[in-house]
Write a protein that binds this ligand. Structure first.
Ligand code: ADP
Ligand code: MG
Length: 618
């Protein structure tokens, strides 16, 4: 049933459509699609020319914003105020980007390594979420014009390797654009749906989705069984795409014209003109054997054979990723039934040939490779709208998820490439007698030390009843929902004390929210440091208590009665201090015990050495 809402400002009644739209929010191009008369259809612009909206945003001096083709033209005339590739920044902190910020022609703000990147345009700051929302708003308007109805529900696709922050950021962008994002779907899953693969319930298939876009390459292996889609593995290169093919042509022309390669660094405008001409040449070589043009006195010629020579290494790099994805999926090439081609750059004949040879099979490439993902998203949206029989979609987690354990080690709970949704529990215990609190810090990544991985969040399980170290049974549960969003629960099983958090992106939408998060993190930092200091002191105290107890037993005969009494007193004192929340008191009690016992320990050692010597023939 369509809902009717009243637009108070204009006093007219807006019909809100039942349709859930599918959106491919791409690095280079974005588009929107929906199901019309049972068929997926990508929506074109007013003049009906193209379904693609370049993912480019331009800001003029009066705060006006344009998105798409017109914004792309500003790349040449006004690069500082023209934002592209914003998808690369979604859910990223500046620390994540340190090594590649020079890639961008606009300003990325370095506030603090752990906070969200922001983009500076003039004297304003924008988050990648806000910028993506601008693209989504244009897509929303486009389809509303086409349908003559308002829409407010969408499915948005993301790369299979997107982590939790990146998925959440995409969801937030949708919200900001006035869309209720019902599902975040992996791009390869959408692509296979577009080809109708897996739509019949008794179909068993293993497929590879080869996606070569403008700036990125992704390869995924999916297994489809009884209408269930499961991503077995993903691989790729976030800096390999159509842009690299353009760059190869530019380098070729620089050589052919005997130009100083610095000239393009010095003349940004010329650089952009040549870049666009190179892309033009690349596209034209799809259907022609040579390309020739000129700008001023530069001759810009290239043959198809020359183009294939200079880009062969790029194509080979994609095949290396294909090899890896297959070995990660623990299958052989022969087991792959279908290869689905996605992304504008898969139109390049050399790419098609290389992929066909590699897999030894013909390709699924009948659909427009620019549109496949959006069309599949529209099909998924239609399924969610209840218009198609239920297809269950299972996706994969691209990075391992785990918690920090003693010594800053990563303990993986859900390994990478596990199915989503997923639920895994594991038991832990305390390392200190009487430990009341347990910090659960959640990380994502593949390194052994949590410091090298990405922290997703943390919480403290409070109120564990005092028990000797090792006795509490603390179950930590990781629950990943179908969107890849994680909930973590901790429960002490003897006492039923429990707590949980939903791991949301640290990167909110509004400035207020952002400010609150920053303030919270500063406030918590102090509390965290206190807790850490206390836990560390307790840890150390516990070790000392253990060795002191042993020392008393082992050196029964060496110590005088007074020495024993005093040592026992100091041990008791230390033990009591660990039950309080005062780090300084614990440290003081440790010092007192140490100072008193260290001369005793020396004496005991001397005696023990002499004993040992006696037994030996020298
Ligand atoms: P993304 O997924 O990154 O948004 P797309 O799938 O839209 O990217 O692919 C854009 C890329 O496809 C661009 O690099 C563009 O030059 C390239 N492309 C489009 N058409 C052709 C063609 N006929 N031949 C070669 N490359 C093409
Ligand atoms: Mg794409």
């Amino acid at each position: 049933m369509a809902k009717i809402s009243i637009n108070i400002k204009e006093g007219k009644v807006d019909k809100v459509s039942d349709i859930i739209v599918g959106i491919d929010l791409g690095t280079t191009n974005s588009l929107v699609a929906y199901i019309k008369d049972g068929k997926a259809l990508a929506v074109t612009s007013k003049n009906g020319k193209s379904t693609l909206v370049p993912s480019i945003i331009h800001f003029d001096n009066d705060g006006g914003i344009i998105v798409g083709t017109e914004a792309r033209d500003k790349l040449i005339s006004d690069p500082q105020n023209t934002i592209y590739s914003v998808k690369r920044l979604m859910g990223k902190s500046y620390g994540d980007l340190e090594n590649f910020d020079r890639y961008f022609g606009y300003k990325i703000i370095d506030e603090d390594n752990d906070s969200l990147v922001k983009i500076r345009v003039g004297d304003k700051f924008y988050t990648p979420i806000e910028l993506s929302a601008e693209i989504l708003k244009v897509l929303k308007l486009r389809i509303e014009k086409d349908l003559g109805e308002k829409i407010n529900k969408a499915v948005i696709t993301v790369p299979a390797y997107f982590n939790d922050s990146q998925r959440q950021a995409t969801r937030d962008a949708g919200k900001l654009a006035g869309l209720d994002v019902l599902r975040i779907v992996n791009e390869p899953t959408a692509a296979s749906l577009a080809y109708g693969i897996g739509l019949s319930p008794d179909e068993n298939r293993t497929i590879a989705v080869y996606d070569l876009g403008g700036g990125t390459f992704d390869i995924s292996v999916l297994q489809i069984q009884n209408g269930i889609f499961e991503v077995l593995s993903t691989n790729g290169d976030t800096f390999l795409g159509g842009d690299d093919f353009d760059r190869a042509i530019i380098d070729f022309w620089i050589k052919e014209n005997n130009l100083d390669s610095n000239i393009l660094n010095q003349n940004k405008e010329l650089a952009q003109i040549i870049r666009l001409e190179a892309e033009h040449a690349k596209k034209s070589l799809t259907n022609n054997d040579n390309f020739s043009s000129s700008i001023n006195d530069l001759h810009l010629n290239i043959t198809k054979i020359q183009f294939e020579e200079i880009t062969n290494s790029l194509v080979q790099r994609t095949l290396d990723c294909c090899r890896n994805v297959i070995s990660d999926a623990k299958i052989s090439v022969e087991e792959i039934d279908h290869i689905v081609m996605v992304g504008g750059s898969t139109r390049i004949p050399q790419v098609q040939n290389a992929v066909t040879t590699f897999f030894g099979k013909s390709l699924f490439n009948d659909l427009n490779p620019d549109e496949v993902v959006a069309l599949g998203a529209a099909i998924q949206a239609d399924v969610l709208a209840g218009n198609q029989k239920d297809i269950l979609l299972l996706d994969v987690t691209p990075l391992s998820l785990g918690i920090e354990t003693v010594g800053g080690l990563m303990d993986t709970i859900i390994p990478r490439n596990s199915k989503v949704p997923n639920k895994v529990g594991r038991q832990y215990t305390t390392s200190v007698d009487g430990q009341k609190n347990l910090k659960v810090a959640v990380y994502q990544g593949e390194r052994d030390l949590v410091n090298d991985n990405r922290k997703l969040g943390e919480f403290i399980l409070k109120g564990i009843p005092p028990m000797p170290a090792g006795l509490p049974k603390i179950e930590i549960q990781f629950i990943l929902n179908a969107d890849g969003i994680l909930k973590v629960k901790a429960k002490e099983l003897r006492s039923n004390v429990e707590t949980e958090i939903e791991i949301k992106s640290q990167y909110g939408i509004s400035e207020e929210e952002m400010a609150k998060i920053l303030i919270d993190s500063i406030q918590n930092a102090e509390a965290d440091m206190k807790i850490r200091g206390l836990l560390e002191a307790r840890n150390e105290a516990n070790n000392i208590l253990l060795s002191s107890d042993k020392f008393l037993i082992q050196n029964e005969e060496i110590l005088s009665i007074e020495e024993k009494t005093q040592t026992k007193l100091l041990i008791e004192n230390l033990r009591n201090s660990t039950k309080e929340e005062d780090k300084d008191a614990i440290n003081k009690a440790m010092d007192d015990l140490n100072i008193f016992t260290s001369p005793l320990a020396h004496r005991a050692m001397d005696v023990n050495i002499q004993k040992a010597m006696k037994g030996k023939k020298v």
